[in-house]
Design a protein. Structure first.
Length: 151
């Protein structure tokens, strides 16, 4: 515990399995690869969703939407990586950050459902935040959907 108190990110108790060491090193490397804070656009807008990162305000189809801080970080992570699949672990890193040790893939699924209830026209048939079975989730902007349908 002393190692964590002086700034360590994680610790492992001996004896340990090599697979556990590899998994923990991989998680630390993913956390280290997170984009620096403050290096994001101040505003995101597509045909349905507008995010003002400075004010932490979200508008969907012209209506303001009240999101919890975690829902906001989850949506921001998905939007910043629009079109790309983000795994449960990556979303834990991006939205939960250092608190991800207390969260699980089930936490991601739960908060995705909360987010969908607030931003999707029909949360049972989501179009903005799509599930990629066995991999994770991706944000699909409306224009990308209409462009892919034409192809």
């Amino acid at each position: 515990m002393r190692g964590l108190e002086v700034g360590g990110d994680d610790y492992i108790v001996k004896p340990f399995a090599p697979a556990e060491l590899v998994a923990r090193v991989g998680a630390a490397l993913r956390r280290a690869a997170l984009p620096p804070v403050g290096r994001t656009e101040e505003r995101y807008a597509d045909e349905q969703v507008v995010i003002d990162h400075t004010a932490h305000a979200v508008t969907v189809r012209g209506e303001p939407v009240s999101l919890s801080p975690l829902e906001y970080r989850l949506l921001a992570a998905l939007v910043r990586n629009a079109g790309h699949v983000l795994s449960h672990d990556r979303l834990l890193d991006l939205a939960w950050g250092p608190d991800s040790l207390d969260a699980s893939p089930e936490s991601v699924r739960l908060y995705i459902s909360y987010l969908r209830a607030k931003i999707e026209e029909d949360r049972r048939h989501p179009r903005l935040v799509q599930t990629v079975r066995e991999f994770g989730y991706r944000y699909v902007p409306p224009r990308a959907r209409s462009g892919s349908a034409a192809a």
